[in-house]
Design a protein around this ligand. Sequence first.
Ligand SMILES: Cc1ncc(COP(=O)(O)O)c(C=O)c1O
Length: 393
Amino acid sequence: MISPILPTYARMDVAFVRGVGARLYDAEDNEYLDFGSGIAVNCLGHCHPNLVKAISEQATKLWHTSNIYQIPGQEKLAKRLCNSTFADSMFFTNSGAEAVECAIKMTRRYHDANGHPEKYRIITFEGSFHGRTLATIAAGGSEKLTKGFGPVVDGFDVLRFFRDMRKVEEKITREAAAIMIEPIQGGGGIRPVSAENLQILRDLADKHGLLLIYDEIQCGVGRTGKLFCHEHSGVTPDIMPIAKGIGGGFPLGACLAIEKVAQHMTVGTHGSTYGGNPLAMAMGNAVLDTFDEESIIENVQKMSDKMRIEFMKLRKKYPEIIEMVRGLGLMMGLKLHVEPRDFIVQAFKNKMLIVAAGENTVRILPPLNITTADIDDAIKLLDKTCSDLLKKM
Ligand SMILES: Cc1ncc(COP(=O)(O)O)c(C=O)c1O
């Protein structure tokens, strides 16, 4: 008989009952080191006291009103995000896919308002992941995402993840509206896009009148050692969907945009019942407060230097297991010679949690406030995982 929950996930055989920092506990109080952070979500670890306080206090005051009333927390969070990015305006959502949907709608609306309704196609890249709605699976494009859900939503041209993005120019048609890319592909296997390639895409977008969209849902909010990943390159987008880390574990996303795009999203053009409700805003603001108070971005830079060095040592020690270390900040990938699933299961047996990705890679996405002691523990567990797998080879 089918379970009362759709069987869409191959879930690990564990249920956690509590979490503290980078550690999770099951009902028998077994401790797991969580270097997956709920897929790059729990950026301040589990139950950070500031977030517990923020949600508890807000819960005693007001949860939800809908967007037909003023929500001061939205004004506050939006101003902060605008002040620290390229953006002039934003729309709050509950998830990443909704933020990408908003980016797609903004793109179409922008060209329509400028007298070019024929410009609706968005160029995306193989290996990308933009969500699970009908439009965002079409944007990701892989058969794994779209099979059985046809007809696939029209309007996406999924190109190869070119080493040299100048090749994109050949694929720009008169219907092209935007280029959308993750500055580091997350689900695709921690594949970074170089600063040169981002600049090439920016130049192509400007030359051909396209918008440039960065999906920073996974790589944003401090994950790579800058507030947003593209800051490493200095090349800004026109639209940027974000989610995951910004809510610290509360479902929250946003789609940020420059004025020339945002101005066309007038009254009635878009909406969300829950998006940006007072509880979500309390969490988003508390996440950014804590980033400031605890110098979280600086911590990412320090910890990632240490983690990278330790990973390189592991690669040297276990060349049969680890092929390559890649990524930026605390968004790291180990490209493997073994099956990622076997690696993840073995790490799980050793009480460490990490996440699968494409290209035979596992993702290491710890909370951004980890300590050197956490990294030492992680390296011990990964060392044991490699040595266990080696014995089985
Ligand atoms: C880059 C990227 N875009 C979009 C999404 C979709 O976000 P959500 O699952 O919150 O809809 C994800 C989720 O993993 C992601 O990593």
